[in-house]
Ligand binder design. Sequence first.
Ligand SMILES: [Zn+2]
Ligand SMILES: [Zn+2]
Length: 554
Amino acid sequence: MLLLPLLVTLALPTARAFPEHLSTFLHKNIEGAGKCVSDSHNGHVHGEPESEMAAFFDVSQTRLAWPNTPQSDFDGVPSPPLEIQPLVVSGPSSNRVDLVFFSDGYLQEEREKFIQDATRLASDISSNQTFDTVKPLMNFWAAFTPSKESGVGVGGKPKDTAFGLYRPGTELRGVYYAKPEVAGAACSSLGDQCDYPILLGNDPLYGGLGGRFTVITPSLANGASILRHELGHSIIKVGEEYDGGEGYFGVNAHADLSTPVPWAHWLTNSTNVRVERSVMPMQDYAWALLNTTKPWSVTFESSGTFARHLVRFSVSGLPEAADLQVDLDGTDLGWVPRANIGLDRWHYNLYREGGLSGGPHTLTFTLLNGARVPAAQMCNAEILEFGDESEFVSTPGHYSLYPTFSFENVTTYRPTNEDCLMRLVTTPNFCKACLEGLWLKLLRDVTLIDTIDESCAPPASSGPTPTSTLTLRLVPLAQFRTSAVAGLDESYTVTWSKDGVVLPAWTNKTQVDAAPGTYAVDVKYTTTEVRVDPTNLLTAHMNYTVSESSCTRA
Ligand SMILES: [Zn+2]
Ligand SMILES: [Zn+2]
C-alpha cells in the first residue's frame, strides 16, 4: 500500500527573477536582516544568459553553465600551457575515465600548493570512500597553469587568472568562470586524457558549480564534498536527492508512483512498497546577511500530525558558538559550529524527537556578536517533519520511497533517508542506487579488458610447435586491485575458447601458453554493488590470433 505524504498547501510567488533562489519561497513572513544584495547577481560582468546563473548552489547537471555553446564554437582557441602531473592513475587513458584538475588563481610560486590541493581532493574522494570501489576505472590528473593573480574574483569580477573564476557576490555559493573557451581548449588539448575537467579555484572557502566544467575550491571543510556531489551529477547523470533543488531525474529519482520503482531491486521491503511519511513545511534559501539590530526569522505552519522533526540549515561567517543563537518558538536549539569551521559555510542538522504542534511556528537566527558583520550569513533553512519509526524508517541502509520536495514543492522520491551524498553533502558515499548507476556509466567508457599481450614462452626442450604466452590485462578490479576493498564481494570470471570451442583448462587464467590459432576470451565481472546490468556492461569479449610466425624458433 502506498501511504501518501501529507502536503501543506503553499503559496508560491508569482514572479521570481531567479528561479533557483528561494528567498521568497514558502515562508509567510520574513522579518529582519537585510537580504543579501549579491543574490541579485546584478554585478555579473560577462552577460551570460540568466540560465547560467541557475547553475549555482549546488548546481546540477540540469543547468549547464553555458548550455547553448557547443565545444566546436571554441575551435581555434589555444590551450594555455599545461604541466600535467599524475595523481591517481589506474591505467591507459584510452580505457579509463579521466578527471583533470585545472589550476585557477594559483601563481607560479603557488604551484606546489595547487598540486597539494588537487592531491588531497583526489585522495579524499577515492580513498576508502565515494569513488573507492570504482577507482580502477578512473584516472586523476593535475594540470597546472600559472595565473597572474592569486585567488578567485568576487563581486562578479574575475581576476587575471587562467580561467577567470569568480563569485557573483561575496556569499559562499556559486563560483563561475569567465573563460569557458580557454577551459574547453585546455581539456581538448589533452584528448582522451580529459573526460571530466575540474576547475580548482584558489580560495579557501565554500563554492562550486556543476556542468561541463565542475568548479570547486580547496576548502578544507567543503571542497571534497562539493566535488563528489558535482561529479555525481556529471558522471552518473542524476539530479538531487535533497529538498529545494531544481532537477530530480536519473536512477535516484522516482516521480510517478504508478510506474516501476527504478531501484526496485534495492528495496529493503519489496513486498510492501510504500512512501515514508514526511513533509517539508518550510524551506528558505534566504542568503540573509545577519546583523545584531534585528534577528532573522521565518514563520511556518505545522499540521501537528508528525512525531518527529528536523531543523536543517547552513550558515557561514560564524566560527564560534557564542556568535549565533538559533531558536525555534523561543527555545534555544543549542547550535554549535563545526569544529575549526572558521568563516566557511557548513550544514547543520538538528534532529528533534517529538512533533510540532498544529499551527504557526517561528525559527529565528539571532546574531549575538556584532563583530561578525558582514560575514555572518544565514544561507538556507528547512524544517522537515517525520512520522514515527513505523511510518518513516530513518535507519541507515533502509531502501524505500522517501519523499523529496523540490524548490516548487513538487514531490519526487529518493531511495534512502540520508544515505546519499546527493542528499546530504556532508556524507561521503553514494546510496546503492547511485553507486550502481556510477558503475554502469563508467563502464560505458571502459571495457574490462585493457589488452592482451603476447610474448614468446621460454623455449621448450622439445616439441615441434612454437608457443606464445598470452597475458590478459584486465582493469584492476577484484584480485587485481592494488589495494583490496573491505566488505566488497567481487570477482572476475574468465573463459577462453579456440575456434569456438571452450578451453576449460584455461578458465579464470589470465596467462596462457597458446599455440597458433584464433582465440576468444570472455570476461565477466560481478560485484555486490551492481545487481542489474541490462546491457551487459560488466562483460567484455576479445578475439586474438596467434600467428605461426609469432614465436618461431631461431
Ligand atoms: Zn546537486
Ligand atoms: Zn543516491
